[in-house]
Design a protein around this ligand. Sequence first.
Ligand SMILES: Nc1nc2c(ncn2[C@@H]2O[C@H](COP(=O)(O)OP(=O)(O)OP(=O)(O)O)[C@@H](O)[C@H]2O)c(=O)[nH]1
Length: 520
Amino acid sequence: MFDTLSDRLSGIFGKLRGKGKLTDADIDATAREIRLALLEADVALPVVKAFIASLRERARGAEVSQALNPAQQIIKIVNEELIQVLGGEGRRLQFAKQPPTVIMLAGLQGSGKTTLAGKLSRWLKNQGHQPLLVACDLQRPNAVNQLQVLAQRAGVDVYAPQPGNGVGDPVQVARDSIEHAKRTAKDIVIVDTAGRLGIDAEMMQQAADIRAAVDPDEVIFVIDAMVGQDAVRTAEAFRDGVGITGVVLSKLDGDARGGAALSVRHVTGQPILFASTGEKLEDFDVFHPDRMAGRILDMGDLLTLIEQAEQAFDEDQKEKMTNKLLGGEQFTLEDFLDQLIAVRRMGPIANIIGMMPGMGQLKGQLDELDDSHFDRVTAIIRSMTPGERTNPKIINGSRRLRIANGSGVTVMDVNQLLNRFTDAQKMMKQMSGMMGLPGGRRSATKSSKNKRKGAKGGGNRPRVGGRPGGMPGGFPGGMPQLPPGLDPGALGGGQGVPPGFKLPKLDFNKLSKPPKDDNR
Ligand SMILES: Nc1nc2c(ncn2[C@@H]2O[C@H](COP(=O)(O)OP(=O)(O)OP(=O)(O)O)[C@@H](O)[C@H]2O)c(=O)[nH]1
């Protein structure tokens, strides 16, 4: 399910990589492509229209975060819109104040109602409830038997008309089942109703009559996620004919394009409560819109990473850095420390990098990236006076010794940090020079082109991006750029704000074991 849609979306996001800023034309082109991708996945037109309108508005609006690059901004918005389309925060099953809670299942024949009755009863039983399954599908000869088999597997009781009493009246069976549940101390009644292959008036009337007879707390519409465009018509018919309070998506394990799953919430106006993902009783879970959206985007932990980056790099900090760059102001060790702290706020560095798709192969190198190196650099800078942080040139031999002693490192460590910092500062100056030129945006784009070249090892200076060897360079698999400072290939410079991200060049592994007499 969703494979094609996931691939299409990944391709669309990939095209935004390397862009410095989202123009209106970028937004239009991206919105058009996402629209097509959704339509091809069989998502209903009204849902697609609403989705795209909101996407456009948000991408253009002021809410766009400075902490994210264009690809990430679009991923974030698409993710949030998908969650919205799938039901936002989701809703739990409603229970009656006075048991038994009555849950009625409705849907087309073969949509998976009977299977769901078994799954739901098992799930509720595991939560400590005493469910009773009620066989009101008296049309299909084998339906009662199927329910009995499922009930036995789930370890719950079934209420069904006695054999030999004719076909029976499903409405009467439903009504009687409530009394039976009360007598046998069952706190939940699950009523399985008959389905037809198509929507017909008689079937709708029967379902409506059962509803009137048992006054259910939930009327769950079971929809086969494989049905594609038909989903909308069916959902509307049940919404209007029976009235529903919730939806269950069945057969989510299939290889359909997923349109029904994305349309049904919008069309019915009711939440998706559960997802059914196979024929076995345990292939069933509460529906989580955010997890489903994550699955569709197939971005793994990247979404978590985006969230963390947004939290770690607050707007003030971003603005301060950008102003510094544009104003040609000196980048200081104080700024460097701020950025280090922001990166550290996001968690262990190996985890951060490990969360990026395609980075698994670099596991060995990540393990070497010990957080203590970062902590040591932080300690060195913290041992400096404010004056030293602003103007490292004044850090002479005796100051270096004092800083080394204060931070528990060697003078050589301090020397190395200062040398690398001076390099970073020079590069910052070049960058701000480029950005300050008229048509600065073009210059910045040029620099990011250099950056990509650089990642392959052939770029001209200034190379602010990937470093072959040492830290991993570039992003395999068309992965969008990370927020400034989190691009492992460009820890020396993300988009626009390269400052503290020269980190890997510090070669932290060497920050140890100094010669004793080095006290310059
Ligand atoms: N792969 C897969 N198959 C499912 C799932 N749910 C149900 N099925 C299968 O789909 C078929 C129809 O399911 P039923 O539960 O009998 O459908 P129903 O809605 O009760 O059908 P009627 O009683 O005729 O209205 C059965 O073969 C089930 O095993 C699911 O989540 N995944």
